[in-house]
Write a protein that binds this ligand. Structure first.
Ligand code: PGA
Length: 248
């Protein structure tokens, strides 16, 4: 079965209820004919308003993080049940900014992933190497650890999405080349085949992320193992629709 392409935006800590609503209204007619799945992962406080704004369109609203507990004394955190109550379908887990600035580890990524799956949310699990890892030839080792620990105990790998985001390409304007992204994502799929089974690994959607934009999306999406994109900067403007319509 062919994998359905999936283009997701990550607004990070950008947009307001007003500007977000406006952008979604602009995007709606532009993505009407899209053949791929589409999501916008927005700041938690904007979720209710953006779900309402996107209603009746192909755009699904996602979150940017989820706590691993069902509820309890975790000041400032948001549970999977709370996200679901507002119509959230996807949740980004383990984004490199969370790993870098907020102490996220492969272990907490694992706990969040299991909590999301348990509550029928689709995790977008982010993995990726730093420039230092790549230059010292550690990329495969780092990715292997992120996958083995991050996905431990997952029963059905097909229920999640992997986003391969080389840290050196995020927000830097420095995209991985089509070949670099394909080669690494192929490695990830092979690794998933060994950890789970080849049949399931061949059905998992793996996105590329890191300075993907309207100009470079076609080349990346043409690669056999790349099933979509996780888009930061370019998801804050109309360009996002051009990426969604990469095949037109
Ligand atoms: P970018 O961000 O597209 O702005 O590089 C991607 C991401 O962090 O998900």
């Amino acid at each position: 079965m062919a994998r359905k392409p999936f283009i997701a935006g990550n607004w990070k800590m950008n947009m307001t209820a007003e500007s977000g609503k406006q952008l979604i209204q602009e995007l709606k007619p532009l993505v009407k004919e899209a053949k791929c799945d589409i999501a916008l992962c927005v700041p938690a406080i904007l979720i209710p308003a953006m779900v309402k704004a996107a209603k009746g369109s192909k755009i699904k609203i996602g979150a940017q993080n989820v706590h691993f507990a069902e509820n309890g004394a975790y000041t400032g955190e948001i549970s999977a049940t709370m996200l679901k109550e507002y119509g959230v379908k996807y949740v980004i887990i383990g984004h490199s900014e969370r790993r870098q600035y907020f102490g996220e580890t492969n272990e907490t990524v694992n706990r969040r992933t299991l909590a999301a799956l348990k509550n029928d949310l689709c995790p977008i699990v982010c993995i990726g190497e730093t420039l230092e890892d790549r230059e010292s030839g550690e990329t495969e080792k780092v990715l292997t650890r992120q996958l083995e620990i991050g996905l431990a105990g997952v029963e059905d790998i097909k229920k999640l999405v992997i986003a391969y985001e080389p840290v050196w390409a995020i927000g830097t304007g420095k995209t991985a080349t089509d070949e670099q992204a394909q080669e690494t994502i192929k490695f990830i799929r092979k690794k998933l085949g060994k950890m789970f089974c080849v049949k399931d690994a061949n059905r998992v959607r793996i996105q590329y992320g890191g300075s993907m934009n309207a100009a470079n999306c076609k080349g990346l999406m043409a690669q056999p193992d790349i099933d979509g994109g996780l888009i930061g900067g370019a998801s804050l403007k109309k360009d996002f629709a051009t990426i969604v319509n990469y095949n037109k």
